[in-house]
Design a protein around this ligand. Sequence first.
Ligand code: FES
Length: 131
Amino acid sequence: MSERTFFQRIFGISATACAAEGSWTLDGKNLKIDPGKLPGLSSPGTGVRIEGKGLPERILLIHGTDGEFHAFRNRCTHGGRRLDSSGDGVQCCSVGKSFFDINGTIMSGSAKKNLKKFKIRRENNYIIIEL
Ligand code: FES
């Protein structure tokens, strides 16, 4: 993730791009993702935003530095801003810079509560997020 400028943080502009059209579908309570259609998720330390189109909440899917995929509610527990993949966890894009580890546990910044993390499983070539 690139470093955020002061103005990007003031306005809460996330560094993470939205998932490409057609890269995911909502199937009941499961979000089915085709990682082959998400080049922004190909290497550890990257992430994509998944939101809109009937989703009950915004999701941040990251390819962690541990080589695994992790999915979080994309809403900082301080003020609701979006998050970005950052080092060994995720960081709020706002000035409070709350940082959560890979389990969603608050480590630093303005937030006091942990992030909601979703269960993930692999099915064939797809990533399934259990909402
Ligand atoms: S909204 Fe995330 S630190 Fe304030």
